[in-house]
Write a protein that binds this ligand. Structure first.
Ligand code: PMP
Length: 404
Protein backbone atom coordinates (compact mmCIF):
# COMPACT_ATOMS: atom_id res chain seq x y z
CA UNK A 1 0.00 0.00 0.00
CA UNK A 2 1.33 3.41 -0.98
CA UNK A 3 0.41 5.82 1.80
CA UNK A 4 1.67 9.24 0.76
CA UNK A 5 1.37 10.76 4.25
CA UNK A 6 3.38 7.91 5.71
CA UNK A 7 6.00 8.30 2.96
CA UNK A 8 6.24 12.06 3.56
CA UNK A 9 6.72 11.46 7.27
CA UNK A 10 9.89 9.50 6.39
CA UNK A 11 11.49 12.77 5.18
CA UNK A 12 12.07 15.24 8.04
CA UNK A 13 12.94 18.12 5.71
CA UNK A 14 9.50 18.01 4.06
CA UNK A 15 7.91 19.43 7.17
CA UNK A 16 10.13 22.51 7.38
CA UNK A 17 9.23 25.99 6.29
CA UNK A 18 11.10 28.09 3.77
CA UNK A 19 10.64 31.85 3.74
CA UNK A 20 7.77 31.42 6.18
CA UNK A 21 5.89 28.99 3.93
CA UNK A 22 5.70 25.19 3.93
CA UNK A 23 8.47 23.84 1.70
CA UNK A 24 7.38 22.59 -1.72
CA UNK A 25 10.41 20.74 -3.03
CA UNK A 26 10.33 20.32 -6.81
CA UNK A 27 14.07 20.21 -7.49
CA UNK A 28 14.37 16.44 -7.33
CA UNK A 29 16.20 16.28 -10.64
CA UNK A 30 19.06 18.13 -8.95
CA UNK A 31 19.00 16.02 -5.80
CA UNK A 32 16.40 14.16 -3.79
CA UNK A 33 15.66 14.57 -0.10
CA UNK A 34 16.78 11.93 2.39
CA UNK A 35 14.56 9.70 4.52
CA UNK A 36 15.28 9.29 8.23
CA UNK A 37 16.56 5.72 7.72
CA UNK A 38 19.29 7.05 5.45
CA UNK A 39 20.17 9.89 7.83
CA UNK A 40 20.29 7.39 10.71
CA UNK A 41 22.47 4.97 8.74
CA UNK A 42 25.16 7.67 8.45
CA UNK A 43 25.24 8.15 12.21
CA UNK A 44 25.15 4.41 12.89
CA UNK A 45 28.17 3.83 10.69
CA UNK A 46 30.26 6.43 12.54
CA UNK A 47 28.93 5.46 15.97
CA UNK A 48 29.39 1.73 15.62
CA UNK A 49 31.75 0.48 12.92
CA UNK A 50 33.89 3.30 11.59
CA UNK A 51 37.25 1.88 10.41
CA UNK A 52 39.21 1.73 7.20
CA UNK A 53 38.30 -1.15 4.90
CA UNK A 54 40.17 -3.94 3.09
CA UNK A 55 43.17 -3.33 5.39
CA UNK A 56 43.06 -4.27 9.03
CA UNK A 57 42.49 -7.69 10.49
CA UNK A 58 40.81 -6.04 13.48
CA UNK A 59 37.12 -6.53 14.07
CA UNK A 60 35.91 -3.04 13.18
CA UNK A 61 37.81 -3.06 9.92
CA UNK A 62 36.20 -6.37 9.05
CA UNK A 63 32.75 -5.11 9.99
CA UNK A 64 33.20 -2.00 7.84
CA UNK A 65 34.60 -4.06 4.94
CA UNK A 66 31.72 -6.52 5.16
CA UNK A 67 29.15 -3.72 5.21
CA UNK A 68 30.80 -1.97 2.25
CA UNK A 69 30.97 -5.16 0.19
CA UNK A 70 27.41 -6.10 1.20
CA UNK A 71 26.31 -2.75 -0.20
CA UNK A 72 28.13 -3.50 -3.47
CA UNK A 73 26.30 -6.84 -3.71
CA UNK A 74 22.99 -5.13 -2.95
CA UNK A 75 23.57 -2.72 -5.83
CA UNK A 76 24.70 -5.58 -8.08
CA UNK A 77 21.35 -7.25 -7.43
CA UNK A 78 19.45 -4.00 -7.84
CA UNK A 79 20.80 -3.39 -11.35
CA UNK A 80 21.14 -7.10 -12.16
CA UNK A 81 24.86 -7.03 -12.90
CA UNK A 82 26.38 -10.46 -13.50
CA UNK A 83 29.27 -9.95 -11.04
CA UNK A 84 29.76 -7.80 -7.94
CA UNK A 85 33.18 -6.75 -9.26
CA UNK A 86 31.47 -5.07 -12.21
CA UNK A 87 30.00 -2.58 -9.73
CA UNK A 88 32.46 0.22 -8.92
CA UNK A 89 31.89 2.77 -6.19
CA UNK A 90 32.43 6.32 -7.46
CA UNK A 91 31.74 9.82 -6.20
CA UNK A 92 28.88 10.19 -8.68
CA UNK A 93 27.89 10.07 -12.33
CA UNK A 94 30.52 12.66 -13.29
CA UNK A 95 33.26 10.46 -11.84
CA UNK A 96 31.92 7.46 -13.79
CA UNK A 97 31.93 9.31 -17.11
CA UNK A 98 35.45 10.62 -16.53
CA UNK A 99 36.74 7.19 -15.53
CA UNK A 100 35.53 5.64 -18.78
CA UNK A 101 36.37 8.58 -21.07
CA UNK A 102 39.85 8.70 -19.60
CA UNK A 103 40.29 4.95 -20.08
CA UNK A 104 39.24 5.14 -23.72
CA UNK A 105 42.18 7.46 -24.41
CA UNK A 106 44.34 4.34 -24.55
CA UNK A 107 42.00 2.64 -27.04
CA UNK A 108 41.21 5.41 -29.57
CA UNK A 109 43.24 6.79 -32.46
CA UNK A 110 42.85 9.85 -34.67
CA UNK A 111 39.81 9.56 -36.91
CA UNK A 112 37.85 7.23 -34.61
CA UNK A 113 34.42 8.55 -33.70
CA UNK A 114 32.61 9.13 -30.43
CA UNK A 115 28.83 9.59 -30.71
CA UNK A 116 27.20 11.75 -28.07
CA UNK A 117 23.54 12.75 -27.97
CA UNK A 118 22.19 16.28 -28.25
CA UNK A 119 20.28 15.72 -25.01
CA UNK A 120 23.25 15.36 -22.67
CA UNK A 121 24.14 16.95 -19.37
CA UNK A 122 27.50 18.74 -19.57
CA UNK A 123 29.08 15.97 -17.52
CA UNK A 124 28.34 13.55 -20.35
CA UNK A 125 29.73 15.92 -22.99
CA UNK A 126 32.88 17.56 -21.67
CA UNK A 127 34.85 14.40 -20.70
CA UNK A 128 34.27 13.01 -24.23
CA UNK A 129 35.40 16.30 -25.77
CA UNK A 130 38.55 16.10 -23.65
CA UNK A 131 39.03 12.51 -24.85
CA UNK A 132 38.71 13.65 -28.50
CA UNK A 133 41.19 16.48 -27.95
CA UNK A 134 43.67 14.02 -26.48
CA UNK A 135 43.34 11.34 -29.16
CA UNK A 136 42.29 13.12 -32.35
CA UNK A 137 39.01 11.21 -32.33
CA UNK A 138 35.97 13.06 -33.68
CA UNK A 139 32.90 13.91 -31.60
CA UNK A 140 29.64 13.44 -33.53
CA UNK A 141 26.26 14.53 -32.22
CA UNK A 142 23.02 12.54 -32.46
CA UNK A 143 20.46 15.29 -33.13
CA UNK A 144 17.14 15.95 -31.38
CA UNK A 145 13.78 17.18 -32.62
CA UNK A 146 11.29 19.83 -31.38
CA UNK A 147 9.65 17.32 -29.03
CA UNK A 148 12.98 16.74 -27.31
CA UNK A 149 13.46 13.27 -28.74
CA UNK A 150 16.61 11.88 -30.32
CA UNK A 151 16.21 11.28 -34.04
CA UNK A 152 16.84 7.58 -34.55
CA UNK A 153 17.07 7.73 -38.35
CA UNK A 154 19.97 10.19 -37.93
CA UNK A 155 21.55 7.97 -35.28
CA UNK A 156 21.43 5.03 -37.69
CA UNK A 157 23.17 7.16 -40.32
CA UNK A 158 25.91 8.31 -37.95
CA UNK A 159 26.93 4.80 -36.92
CA UNK A 160 29.83 3.27 -38.81
CA UNK A 161 32.89 1.12 -38.29
CA UNK A 162 34.64 4.28 -37.08
CA UNK A 163 32.25 4.56 -34.12
CA UNK A 164 34.06 3.33 -31.02
CA UNK A 165 31.70 4.47 -28.29
CA UNK A 166 28.16 5.85 -28.11
CA UNK A 167 27.19 7.82 -25.03
CA UNK A 168 23.65 8.78 -24.14
CA UNK A 169 21.55 9.39 -21.08
CA UNK A 170 18.77 6.99 -20.19
CA UNK A 171 16.60 9.98 -19.25
CA UNK A 172 17.24 13.66 -19.96
CA UNK A 173 17.60 15.87 -16.89
CA UNK A 174 16.48 19.01 -18.73
CA UNK A 175 13.39 17.66 -20.50
CA UNK A 176 12.58 14.28 -18.93
CA UNK A 177 12.72 12.41 -22.26
CA UNK A 178 13.20 8.66 -21.87
CA UNK A 179 15.60 7.66 -24.62
CA UNK A 180 15.26 4.43 -26.64
CA UNK A 181 18.50 3.08 -25.20
CA UNK A 182 17.80 -0.61 -25.86
CA UNK A 183 17.48 0.14 -29.58
CA UNK A 184 20.61 2.29 -29.49
CA UNK A 185 22.66 -0.31 -27.61
CA UNK A 186 21.73 -3.11 -30.01
CA UNK A 187 22.33 -0.94 -33.05
CA UNK A 188 25.74 0.32 -31.80
CA UNK A 189 26.83 -3.23 -31.02
CA UNK A 190 26.20 -4.18 -34.66
CA UNK A 191 29.11 -1.83 -35.44
CA UNK A 192 31.27 -3.10 -32.58
CA UNK A 193 30.91 0.17 -30.64
CA UNK A 194 30.71 0.26 -26.85
CA UNK A 195 27.74 2.02 -25.22
CA UNK A 196 27.90 4.21 -22.13
CA UNK A 197 24.59 5.01 -20.43
CA UNK A 198 24.29 7.99 -18.11
CA UNK A 199 21.61 6.73 -15.76
CA UNK A 200 21.67 9.70 -13.35
CA UNK A 201 18.05 10.65 -14.05
CA UNK A 202 16.75 7.14 -14.63
CA UNK A 203 17.59 5.38 -11.35
CA UNK A 204 15.24 7.59 -9.30
CA UNK A 205 12.35 6.30 -11.42
CA UNK A 206 13.19 2.75 -12.47
CA UNK A 207 15.38 -0.25 -11.80
CA UNK A 208 17.82 -0.58 -14.68
CA UNK A 209 18.53 -4.15 -15.76
CA UNK A 210 22.05 -3.90 -17.15
CA UNK A 211 22.21 -7.47 -18.44
CA UNK A 212 18.93 -7.15 -20.29
CA UNK A 213 19.95 -3.76 -21.68
CA UNK A 214 23.34 -5.24 -22.58
CA UNK A 215 24.95 -1.81 -22.07
CA UNK A 216 28.72 -1.76 -21.62
CA UNK A 217 28.68 0.94 -18.93
CA UNK A 218 25.93 2.42 -16.76
CA UNK A 219 26.62 5.28 -14.33
CA UNK A 220 24.51 6.95 -11.67
CA UNK A 221 24.66 9.14 -8.56
CA UNK A 222 23.56 8.15 -5.07
CA UNK A 223 22.21 11.57 -4.13
CA UNK A 224 19.43 11.35 -6.72
CA UNK A 225 18.00 8.17 -5.16
CA UNK A 226 17.66 9.38 -1.58
CA UNK A 227 21.30 8.53 -0.82
CA UNK A 228 24.21 10.67 0.34
CA UNK A 229 26.03 13.19 -1.84
CA UNK A 230 29.47 12.17 -3.09
CA UNK A 231 28.38 8.61 -3.82
CA UNK A 232 27.72 6.87 -7.08
CA UNK A 233 28.08 3.70 -9.10
CA UNK A 234 29.75 2.85 -12.33
CA UNK A 235 28.71 -0.49 -13.76
CA UNK A 236 31.02 -1.84 -16.44
CA UNK A 237 31.07 -5.21 -18.17
CA UNK A 238 33.93 -7.28 -16.82
CA UNK A 239 35.66 -7.52 -20.22
CA UNK A 240 35.63 -3.72 -20.65
CA UNK A 241 36.82 -3.02 -17.11
CA UNK A 242 39.68 -5.45 -17.65
CA UNK A 243 40.57 -3.72 -20.91
CA UNK A 244 40.55 -0.15 -19.52
CA UNK A 245 43.60 1.17 -17.66
CA UNK A 246 43.17 2.38 -14.07
CA UNK A 247 41.86 5.91 -13.67
CA UNK A 248 43.78 6.90 -10.54
CA UNK A 249 46.86 5.40 -8.95
CA UNK A 250 47.31 4.93 -5.22
CA UNK A 251 46.76 2.55 -2.36
CA UNK A 252 44.17 -0.23 -2.64
CA UNK A 253 44.38 -0.46 -6.43
CA UNK A 254 47.71 -2.35 -6.61
CA UNK A 255 48.83 -5.95 -6.43
CA UNK A 256 52.52 -5.20 -5.99
CA UNK A 257 54.58 -2.01 -6.06
CA UNK A 258 58.28 -1.70 -6.76
CA UNK A 259 60.09 1.29 -8.19
CA UNK A 260 60.65 -0.70 -11.38
CA UNK A 261 57.06 -1.81 -11.98
CA UNK A 262 53.65 -1.84 -10.34
CA UNK A 263 50.99 -4.45 -11.02
CA UNK A 264 47.34 -3.66 -10.50
CA UNK A 265 44.75 -5.27 -8.30
CA UNK A 266 41.84 -7.30 -9.62
CA UNK A 267 38.44 -5.73 -10.21
CA UNK A 268 36.83 -3.82 -8.63
CA UNK A 269 39.87 -2.58 -6.64
CA UNK A 270 41.82 -1.60 -9.76
CA UNK A 271 39.43 1.35 -10.09
CA UNK A 272 39.05 2.19 -6.40
CA UNK A 273 42.29 3.90 -5.42
CA UNK A 274 42.66 5.34 -1.93
CA UNK A 275 40.29 5.30 1.02
CA UNK A 276 36.82 5.49 -0.50
CA UNK A 277 33.70 7.16 0.84
CA UNK A 278 33.08 4.18 3.13
CA UNK A 279 30.11 5.62 4.99
CA UNK A 280 28.64 6.86 1.71
CA UNK A 281 28.97 3.49 0.00
CA UNK A 282 27.33 1.67 2.89
CA UNK A 283 24.53 4.22 3.20
CA UNK A 284 23.91 4.10 -0.56
CA UNK A 285 22.88 0.49 0.07
CA UNK A 286 20.43 1.70 2.71
CA UNK A 287 19.01 4.22 0.21
CA UNK A 288 18.52 1.47 -2.39
CA UNK A 289 16.72 -0.58 0.26
CA UNK A 290 14.49 2.39 1.04
CA UNK A 291 13.59 2.96 -2.63
CA UNK A 292 12.77 -0.73 -3.00
CA UNK A 293 10.64 -0.65 0.15
CA UNK A 294 8.56 2.13 -1.43
CA UNK A 295 8.53 0.07 -4.63
CA UNK A 296 9.26 1.23 -8.16
CA UNK A 297 5.72 0.40 -9.33
CA UNK A 298 4.37 2.79 -6.69
CA UNK A 299 7.01 5.39 -7.50
CA UNK A 300 6.16 5.34 -11.20
CA UNK A 301 2.41 5.44 -10.62
CA UNK A 302 2.63 8.42 -8.25
CA UNK A 303 5.06 10.32 -10.46
CA UNK A 304 3.03 9.75 -13.63
CA UNK A 305 -0.06 11.13 -11.89
CA UNK A 306 1.91 14.19 -10.78
CA UNK A 307 3.36 14.69 -14.26
CA UNK A 308 -0.04 14.51 -15.97
CA UNK A 309 -1.74 16.71 -13.40
CA UNK A 310 0.99 19.38 -13.43
CA UNK A 311 1.18 19.39 -17.24
CA UNK A 312 -2.55 20.00 -17.48
CA UNK A 313 -2.58 22.70 -14.79
CA UNK A 314 0.45 24.55 -16.15
CA UNK A 315 -0.72 24.48 -19.77
CA UNK A 316 -3.91 26.26 -18.65
CA UNK A 317 -1.74 29.34 -17.97
CA UNK A 318 -1.76 31.59 -21.00
CA UNK A 319 1.63 32.09 -22.64
CA UNK A 320 3.18 29.09 -20.88
CA UNK A 321 5.19 26.72 -23.04
CA UNK A 322 6.51 23.31 -22.02
CA UNK A 323 9.76 22.13 -23.58
CA UNK A 324 10.06 18.38 -24.02
CA UNK A 325 6.85 16.79 -25.15
CA UNK A 326 8.09 13.29 -25.91
CA UNK A 327 5.62 10.44 -25.55
CA UNK A 328 8.06 8.70 -23.24
CA UNK A 329 8.97 11.06 -20.42
CA UNK A 330 9.42 11.12 -16.66
CA UNK A 331 8.20 13.57 -14.05
CA UNK A 332 10.14 16.61 -15.26
CA UNK A 333 8.48 19.73 -16.63
CA UNK A 334 10.64 22.40 -18.21
CA UNK A 335 8.72 25.56 -19.07
CA UNK A 336 8.80 29.26 -19.78
CA UNK A 337 6.25 32.05 -19.91
CA UNK A 338 6.23 34.37 -22.90
CA UNK A 339 8.36 37.44 -22.37
CA UNK A 340 9.47 36.60 -18.81
CA UNK A 341 12.97 35.48 -17.82
CA UNK A 342 12.91 32.07 -16.07
CA UNK A 343 15.17 33.39 -13.29
CA UNK A 344 12.57 36.03 -12.33
CA UNK A 345 9.85 33.41 -11.93
CA UNK A 346 12.20 31.16 -9.94
CA UNK A 347 13.03 34.02 -7.56
CA UNK A 348 9.41 34.89 -6.89
CA UNK A 349 8.25 31.31 -6.35
CA UNK A 350 11.18 30.73 -3.97
CA UNK A 351 9.83 33.55 -1.81
CA UNK A 352 6.67 31.44 -1.59
CA UNK A 353 8.58 28.40 -0.34
CA UNK A 354 8.77 26.57 -3.67
CA UNK A 355 12.06 25.09 -4.85
CA UNK A 356 12.25 24.80 -8.64
CA UNK A 357 15.33 24.97 -10.80
CA UNK A 358 15.93 27.83 -13.21
CA UNK A 359 18.66 28.10 -15.82
CA UNK A 360 20.24 25.86 -18.42
CA UNK A 361 20.29 22.74 -16.19
CA UNK A 362 23.87 21.96 -17.27
CA UNK A 363 22.51 21.26 -20.75
CA UNK A 364 23.33 24.39 -22.73
CA UNK A 365 23.13 22.67 -26.15
CA UNK A 366 19.44 21.90 -25.45
CA UNK A 367 18.78 25.55 -24.58
CA UNK A 368 20.61 26.60 -27.76
CA UNK A 369 18.42 24.22 -29.76
CA UNK A 370 15.29 25.96 -28.45
CA UNK A 371 17.02 29.39 -28.62
CA UNK A 372 16.26 30.21 -25.00
CA UNK A 373 18.50 31.23 -22.09
CA UNK A 374 17.01 28.59 -19.83
CA UNK A 375 13.80 27.20 -18.40
CA UNK A 376 12.00 26.78 -15.11
CA UNK A 377 12.20 23.10 -14.24
CA UNK A 378 9.87 21.38 -11.82
CA UNK A 379 10.95 17.80 -11.21
CA UNK A 380 8.74 15.61 -9.03
CA UNK A 381 9.53 12.71 -6.74
CA UNK A 382 7.21 10.05 -5.34
CA UNK A 383 6.89 12.03 -2.08
CA UNK A 384 5.34 15.03 -3.85
CA UNK A 385 1.59 15.66 -3.98
CA UNK A 386 -1.05 17.23 -6.20
CA UNK A 387 -1.69 19.79 -3.45
CA UNK A 388 1.92 20.93 -3.79
CA UNK A 389 1.42 21.27 -7.54
CA UNK A 390 -1.61 23.50 -6.87
CA UNK A 391 0.61 25.69 -4.68
CA UNK A 392 3.21 25.95 -7.45
CA UNK A 393 0.65 26.71 -10.16
CA UNK A 394 -0.86 29.51 -8.07
CA UNK A 395 2.64 30.88 -7.39
CA UNK A 396 3.52 30.83 -11.09
CA UNK A 397 0.28 32.67 -11.89
CA UNK A 398 1.11 35.25 -9.24
CA UNK A 399 4.68 35.66 -10.57
CA UNK A 400 3.32 36.06 -14.08
CA UNK A 401 0.97 38.81 -12.93
CA UNK A 402 3.74 40.63 -11.09
CA UNK A 403 6.19 40.40 -14.01
CA UNK A 404 3.88 41.07 -16.99
N1 PMP B 1 23.93 13.33 -15.96
C1 PMP B 1 22.69 13.74 -15.75
C2 PMP B 1 21.62 13.39 -16.74
C3 PMP B 1 22.39 14.49 -14.60
O1 PMP B 1 21.16 14.91 -14.38
C4 PMP B 1 23.43 14.78 -13.68
C5 PMP B 1 23.15 15.58 -12.42
N2 PMP B 1 22.34 16.70 -12.59
C6 PMP B 1 24.70 14.33 -13.97
C7 PMP B 1 24.92 13.60 -15.11
C8 PMP B 1 25.85 14.61 -13.05
O2 PMP B 1 25.65 13.98 -11.84
P1 PMP B 1 26.60 14.32 -10.59
O3 PMP B 1 26.67 15.81 -10.50
O4 PMP B 1 25.89 13.69 -9.44
O5 PMP B 1 27.92 13.70 -10.87
Amino acid sequence: MFDIQKIRADFPILSRQVNGKPLVYFDNGATTQKPQVVIDAIATYYQEINANIHRGVHTLSQLATDAYEASRTKIQNHINAQFAHEVLFTSGTTHGVNLVANGFASLLKAGDEVLVSALEHHSNIVPWQMLCEKTGAVLKVIPMNEKGELVMTEFDQLLSDKTKIVTVNHISNALGTINPIKYMIDKAHQFGAAVFIDGAQAVPHLKPNVQELDCDFYAFSGHKICGPTGTGILYGKEAWLNKLPPYQGGGEMIKEVTFEKTTYAELPHKFEAGTPNIAGGIVLGAAVDYMNSVGFDNIQKQELELLNYATEQLLAIEGLKIYGTAEAKTSVISFNIDGIHPYDIGTIVDKLGIAVRTGHHCAQPIMNFFEIPGTIRASFAFYNTKEEIDVMVEAVKKAKMMLS
